[in-house]
Design a protein around this ligand. Structure first.
Ligand code: T46
Length: 324
């Protein structure tokens, strides 16, 4: 995943009165802003930069004039021209950058995620290359927070693993997943692509989670339905959470359960029996209260079909809902 990106900001207004562009933290600026600085009166024959940051995130906006920014993440080198006040360049950690070809009237505004700290700079190119090659967070195309422990080498690209989470060595995770803070993933676990695992979830041996599943905060999985301290089953229960389904906050999924495709488990539900595709279940013990669409909205029954406001339709066959 590239850690730099051109950003386009909204231009509010029209030619005859002029324009306004607003920069807002955690909205069009992808971080919390702690510092704003600007660089001006740079002579046209000067180049600046020649460094990378270890942790700092920045957005560069050329609010007057123009300049070129060359970025290098150790794999790719690209050059961006900044000459519009409604464009920015996001530069994250581990990206070497150099600024060239300043115009006379240039003013470069920079929004930064942290206070100035010289210790965060890598000002020597070889040191930069060593740094990114030796830091897991810049490797294998996935992001690992400094405070996460990832023993597994089987993590898909663009997956993000946030602080205080631990993934054991044999676990497999697909692409573009989001593993939020305080998540523990044991060894015999297979997780698909685009899966979200919210904070405080422990994914034990025997659990399989397919693509596009949402696991809400503090969902509890069980892999031994008759536990006794220091007694281990020959094999842990196999629990299957099928694609597109969502497990609500604080729900409990007993061992050996199968959650059908696109099903929804309501917050706090204790799931004691399999959930069929598209079913919505709630309560303790879990019971069905209806069906939902692939998009997540509830379905209404019209004669023999089930319909969603989004236009999708479903029919029952073998007591299971199927899309038509
Ligand atoms: C970056 C590019 C885009 C401070 O004391 N406080 C500050 O907030 C900053 C940004 C700099 N300084 C001091 C540090 C140096 O003694 O100002 C001096 C010049 O800094 P530097 O040579 O790093 O300037 P540039 O234009 O090469 O780089 C600056 C930022 O430092 C850097 O983080 O990414 O702009």
């Amino acid at each position: 995943m590239k850690n730099y990106k051109k950003l386009e900001f909204k231009k509010i207004g029209e030619q005859k009165r002029g324009f306004i562009t607003a920069l807002e933290q955690n909205k069009n600026i992808p971080f919390h802003i702690k510092r704003v600085y600007y660089n001006y009166f740079t002579p046209v024959d000067v180049s600046r930069g020649y460094h990378a940051h270890k942790g700092l995130k920045q957005v560069l906006v050329c609010i007057s004039g123009s300049l070129k920014v060359k970025v290098d993440d150790g794999n790719d080198v690209e050059e961006f021209k900044l000459n519009k006040p409604n464009e920015g360049l996001y530069i994250g950690p581990g990206v070497w950058h150099e600024m060239h070809d300043y115009s006379e009237d240039v003013v470069l505004l920079v929004l930064a995620s942290d206070y100035y700290n010289e210790e965060d700079y890598l000002r020597d190119y070889d040191e930069f290359i060593d740094y990114i090659k030796n830091d897991d967070k810049f490797n294998d195309g996935y992001f690992k927070h400094d405070k996460a422990i990832v023993d597994s080498k089987d993590i898909g690209e663009r997956t993000r693993v946030w602080g205080f989470s631990h993934i054991l060595i044999e676990a497999k995770l697909g692409k573009n997943c989001n593993v939020c803070e305080h998540v523990f993933i044991e060894n015999d676990v297979i997780i698909g692509n685009n899966v979200t695992i919210k904070n405080g979830v422990y994914v034990w041996d025997g659990i399989r989670i397919s693509d596009n599943v949402f696991v809400g905060p503090n969902v509890t999985f069980v892999n031994d339905n008759h536990p006794r301290s220091k007694q281990y089953p020959d094999e842990f229960e196999q629990t299957r959470i099928n694609k597109g389904s969502s497990l609500g906050a604080n729900s409990t999924i007993l061992g050996g359960i199968e959650i059908g495709e696109y099903a929804t488990v309501g917050a706090g539900t204790v799931v004691t029996k399999d959930v069929k595709p598209y079913e919505v279940v709630v309560g303790n013990p879990s019971h069905k209260i209806g069906y939902n669409c692939q998009c997540g909205k509830r379905l209404s029954k019209e004669n023999q079909t089930y319909e969603c406001k989004c236009g999708k339709q479903y029919k029952k066959s073998d007591d299971k809902l199927k899309r038509i």
